[in-house]
Design a protein around this ligand. Structure first.
Ligand code: ADP
Ligand code: MG
Length: 373
């Protein structure tokens, strides 16, 4: 009964999410890092779906501004809490949906922390990538009487509008023509530890390509793609789902008068691809008939998994540092651009019956669940 209630709860949650549409934006505020002098956070009030930014007078026009999201996570939110709100989306991959999860934000805002975790990984600090894979393997095991799943992964990096396959072990293929997802090595995996091994290979390959001075990871997009093929054991029908987990290049704006050469080239490419991504997501959110996928390698690569039946989640990361307030506001402006239309629609629905009713049912189920515990 307990499991039935849980399952029911999850289904209702999914329905609420579906009513909200296929694009979600979650905001995560990084905590202050240990060992730094104490400052006041520029993030004021945080609630479940919004945050307030307080601009200190020293950094321009003093003021407060609120931003809304599908979900907001404060600096004390744990990796587990963040994952719990991502899980339903991830699970839909096993039902044949395509899913894209992006980590957006300036360098140092916590993108890699959310997707992978800190350098010293423990079970507790593991990010979305590991938890997602664990969950997929766990769920496919639970369904093994009715479904047979095969899972395989690809790892790619996009640097200066060139796609590199990170799972080519013998030689690094540096294709200037660009690479399509189907061309990149697709490696079958049977457990999370298989994937961790591959991720280490990918990480090494990434390092090989980087010049000594560059912290390349902040200037390239990295993408872990998980393909799932499922066969219904009774009917024999098959389904395919795939999930892209994308740690984007740092979104910081570069002062073009101060950089030259490689740095300028990188900045131009990053800028171009992040705005192309923003354009695509906002066109999808507004249900425009033309979606400009072809303006960057990133959006081209993910075209089949953005829009249509696919589900998109953008984690927008911000830092609490007063110094970063300019970047933070620009990050939040990006978030608004990809989310407002969708959130507006969701708000309208809240007034009507469906979402309200589902929320009530969830509250009832949660109460039932609490009594069981
Ligand atoms: P990015 O990938 O956006 O450049 P990182 O994920 O590397 O940023 O984060 C920068 C630093 O802040 C790292 O040392 C990371 O461990 C730490 N950090 C980021 N987010 C959190 C968080 N939510 N909790 C604790 N530490 C964090
Ligand atoms: Mg990073």
């Amino acid at each position: 009964r307990y499991h039935r209630v849980l399952e029911e709860n999850r289904k209702l949650y999914n329905q609420v999410q579906d009513l909200k549409g296929s694009i979600r934006v979650y905001c995560r505020v990084r905590p202050f890092l240990p060992g730094q002098p104490s400052r006041t956070s520029i993030v004021g009030h945080i609630d479940e779906g919004s945050i307030e930014i307080i601009t200190p007078s020293k950094y321009g026009k003093e003021g407060r501004k609120s931003f809304s999201f599908n979900k907001a996570f404060g600096p004390s939110a744990t990796q587990e809490e963040v994952f719990l709100d991502t899980q339903p989306l991830i699970r839909s991959v096993l039902d044949g949906f395509n899913v894209c999860i992006f980590a957006y934000g300036q360098t140092g805002s916590g993108k890699t922390h959310t997707m992978t975790g800190p350098n010293e990984l423990t079970e507790e600090t593991q990010g979305v990538n590991f938890r997602a894979l664990n969950d997929l393997f766990l769920l496919s095991e639970q369904r093994k009487e009715t479904f047979h799943y095969e899972v395989s992964v690809q790892m790619m990096e996009i640097y200066n509008e060139q796609v590199r396959d990170l799972l080519v072990t013998d030689e690094i293929r540096n294709s200037s023509q660009g690479l399509n997802v189907p061309d990149a090595n697709l490696v079958p995996v049977a457990s999370t530890s298989d994937v961790i091994e591959l991720m280490n290979v990918g990480q090494k390959n990434r390092a090989v390509g980087s010049t000594a001075l560059n912290d390349r990871s902040s200037r390239s997009h990295s993408c872990l793609t998980v393909h799932v093929q499922g066969r219904d054991l009774t009917s024999g029908t098959t389904l395919r789902g795939c999930m892209h987990l994308v740690d984007l290049a740092g979104s910081e704006r570069v002062n073009k008068s101060e950089v030259t050469g490689d740095r300028l080239k990188e900045a131009v490419h990053i800028n171009k691809s992040l705005s192309a991504l923003g354009d695509v997501i906002s066109a999808l959110a507004q249900k425009n008939s033309h979606v400009p996928y072809r303006n960057s390698k990133l959006t081209q690569l993910l075209q089949d998994s953005l829009g249509g039946q696919a589900k998109t989640l953008m984690f927008v990361h911000i830092s609490p540092e007063p110094d970063a307030v300019g970047e933070t506001l620009s990050t939040l402006k990006f978030a608004e651009r990809v989310a407002t239309v969708e959130l507006g629609a969701a708000k309208l629905n809240t007034e009507g019956g469906d979402v309200k009713e589902l929320k009530e049912q969830i509250a009832t189920l949660k109460a039932a669940l609490a009594r069981k515990e």
